[in-house]
Design a protein around this ligand. Structure first.
Ligand code: ZN
Length: 506
C-alpha cells in the first residue's frame, strides 16, 4: 500500500497547486488592483506548502517503500513512471537551497514594479540592476541544479526537459537558413489590403465570435470558460475545469480571434488528458510545481500553434468560416472577399514587438532572446552591453532599427519575474506543430475534415497521440510515437515556404 499512500500525497500536492492556480487566475482576471500585495503572499505561501509536502521526510519514506513495491513491474509501466518522476522531482528540489528560492521570489516581486516603470519610461538603465541580479541568481540556480555542458541547459530543464544549447544550435541554424530568404523576398512584394481589419469591431461581438471559433475546434465549455484579460493565457484546475482568456482591441479584431483559438489549443490539451491521471504526477509538473497535464512548455505550445496557425490561419478554414465572420460583422466585412481576408490575416511584416509579430517572423524574435540569454548566463555578454547586442540582432534578423528600449529589450515581462530559460518553447512548439500537422494531414479522413470544416478527426488524432498521455512520455517520445522521429524542423520550414511563396507569389 506504500504506492497508494505516495499517490495520495501526490494528490494533495496537486490539490495545493490547483488552488494556487485558481488564485492566480483570479488575480489576472477579476482581482481589484488593491489585492495585489496580499495575493502575492498567498501564492508564495501555497508554493512553499506544495514544495514542503513534496520533499517531506514522510513523503520520502513513502517513496522508498513505493520504489520497492513497484520494482518488479515493467520499466515503462505507469506505476514505475510515476514513482521515477517523484524521485527525480524530490532530488531536483533538494538541490536548491530554500534561501535561493526565497531570493528569487523577492526579486520577482521587486522586479515587476521596477520593470513596469522602466518600460513606461523606456529606460533600460533603471532595470539593468534588477537584470544583473536576475542573471547572477539564475547562474547560481544552474550551478546547484547541475548540467553537463552549458549552464543554460539547467535553466531550460524546468520548462523544456532535455533541450540543450547543443540541440538548439543546429535547429536555429536551419530555421534561419530556411526562413530568412523568404522574409527578405517578401519585403519587395506589394502589401495586401488591410483597411478592414482596423474598422470598429464591438467587444461583445469579438468575445462571442472568439468563443464560437474555440467551440468549433472542440473546446468543451461545460469544462471551460472564456474571460477577458490583458495578457491572454490558459489555465487548468484538473481536466474538468480548463479556462482561457483573451484580450480585445476594438480596432484590431484578429487579436481576440486568434488569441481565443491559440488558448483553445492549449485548453484542448488539458481537457484531453486521461481522466485516470487526475491528481497524479502524470498531471502535475513536480519540477516546476505547477498543476499541468502537458509534458513540456514546447509540447503545449505545439497544440496552441497548431489550432491558431495551421488550422485557424489556413485558406481552407476561411473558405468554410468566412461567411460566419461576415454574419457577425456585416458592416465591417461586407465589402471584403475571402481572399482579401485570408491575405490580411497572414500579412508578413517585420516589427519590433514579439507578441504582435506574424507567423513567419515570430521565430526570429525567439531565437534572438534565447541566444542573448545564453550569453548572459555563461558570462560572454554583460548586462551593460545588452541593449547594443539586442538592437544588432533585430537589425540582422528583422532589418529594423530599434527606436527605444520599450520597443526593444524592455518589452517582455519574463525577465522581471526572475526567470531565464523560458523562451525556447515557443519556437519548439512551432516546429513540433509543423511535424505533427504534416503527419496528421496525411490521413485522408483528417484531410477531408479540414476541407469540410469538421475538426473532430484532427482533434481525435491529437487526443490519441498527445493529449491523453499527460506527462507519461517525454516530448520526443511523443513525437517518435506519433511521427516516427524526434523533433525535426523540415516539415515546419516546408509548410512556411509553401504558404508564403503562394501568398506573395515569390
Ligand atoms: Zn501559448
Amino acid at each position: 500500500m506504500s504506492y497508494g499512500a505516495l499517490l495520495e500525497t501526490m494528490g494533495q500536492v496537486n490539490d495545493v497547486l490547483n488552488a494556487k492556480s485558481v488564485l492566480s487566475w483570479d488575480a489576472r482576471t477579476m482581482m481589484p488592483p488593491g489585492g495585489a500585495v496580499t495575493r502575492a503572499k498567498q501564492l508564495a505561501t501555497l508554493a512553499v506548502i506544495a514544495r514542503d509536502l513534496l520533499v517531506a521526510d514522510s513523503t520520502r519514506s513513502q517513496l522508498d517503500a513505493a520504489e520497492a513495491e513497484v520494482a518488479s513491474m515493467e520499466s515503462d509501466s505507469i506505476e514505475r513512471t510515476m514513482v521515477a518522476q517523484v524521485r527525480e522531482a524530490i532530488d531536483y528540489h533538494l538541490r536548491i537551497p530554500a534561501k535561493l528560492l526565497h531570493r528569487r521570489t523577492e526579486l520577482g516581486s521587486t522586479g515587476q514594479t521596477v520593470w513596469q516603470t522602466a518600460r513606461a519610461n523606456s529606460d533600460f538603465a533603471a532595470f539593468a540592476p534588477i537584470l544583473e541580479q536576475t542573471v547572477a541568481l539564475n547562474r547560481e540556480m544552474a550551478d546547484v541544479i547541475g548540467y553537463a555542458d552549458h549552464p543554460y541547459d539547467a535553466l531550460m530543464h524546468r520548462f523544456e526537459p532535455g533541450e540543450t544549447v547543443a540541440s538548439l544550435t543546429p535547429l536555429f541554424a536551419r530555421l534561419k537558413e530556411g526562413l530568412l530568404p523568404i522574409v527578405r523576398a517578401i519585403a519587395d512584394r506589394p502589401e495586401p489590403r488591410m483597411d478592414f481589419l482596423t474598422r470598429a469591431y464591438p467587444e461583445d461581438q469579438q468575445l462571442a465570435f472568439g468563443r464560437l471559433m474555440a467551440q468549433k475546434v472542440g473546446y468543451d465549455l461545460n469544462r471551460g470558460r472564456v474571460d477577458k484579460t490583458v495578457h491572454p493565457f490558459e489555465v487548468s484546475f484538473t481536466r474538468n475545469d480548463v479556462r482561457i482568456t483573451t484580450r480585445f482591441n476594438k480596432n484590431h479584431m484578429p487579436m481576440s480571434l486568434f488569441g481565443a483559438m491559440h488558448e483553445a489549443g492549449h485548453a484542448l490539451y488539458e481537457q484531453g488528458v486521461d481522466d485516470a491521471y487526475t491528481r497524479t504526477p502524470l498531471a502535475t509538473d513536480l519540477i516546476g510545481l505547477y498543476a499541468v497535464g502537458g509534458v513540456s512548455f514546447g509540447a503545449h505550445e505545439s497544440q496552441s500553434r497548431l489550432w491558431e496557425n495551421h488550422v485557424g490561419r489556413a485558406r481552407a478554414f476561411w473558405d468554410i468560416h468566412f461567411k460566419d465572420a461576415q454574419e457577425f460583422y456585416p458592416e465591417q466585412l461586407g465589402d471584403v472577399s475571402v481572399d482579401e481576408f485570408y491575405r490580411a490575416i497572414n500579412r508578413c511584416k517585420p516589427g519590433f514587438i514579439r507578441v504582435e509579430s506574424d507567423e513567419l517572423t515570430y521565430d526570429f524574435h525567439i531565437m534572438l532572446r534565447v541566444e542573448l540569454e545564453r550569453q548572459l548566463v555563461d558570462g560572454s555578454l554583460k548586462v551593460k552591453d545588452l541593449p547594443e547586442a539586442w538592437n544588432a540582432c533585430v537589425k540582422a534578423y528583422l532589418g529594423l532599427d530599434v527606436p527605444n528600449d520599450a520597443q526593444g529589450l524592455l518589452q517582455d515581462v519574463h525577465w522581471s519575474s526572475g526567470q531565464i530559460g523560458t523562451f525556447c518553447n515557443y519556437t519548439i512548439g512551432n516546429v513540433m506543430a509543423g511535424q505533427l500537422f504534416e503527419t496528421a494531414k496525411s490521413d485522408p479522413v483528417i484531410a477531408a475534415g479540414l476541407e469540410a470544416g469538421n475538426y473532430e478527426a484532427l482533434r481525435g488524432y491529437m487526443a490519441e497521440n498527445i493529449h491523453q498521455h499527460g506527462r507519461r512520455y517525454s516530448r520526443d517520445e511523443l513525437l517518435i510515437r506519433a511521427t516516427g522521429r524526434a523533433l525535426d524542423p523540415e516539415p515546419y520550414v516546408a509548410y512556411l515556404t509553401k504558404k508564403y511563396t503562394e501568398l506573395y507569389a515569390l
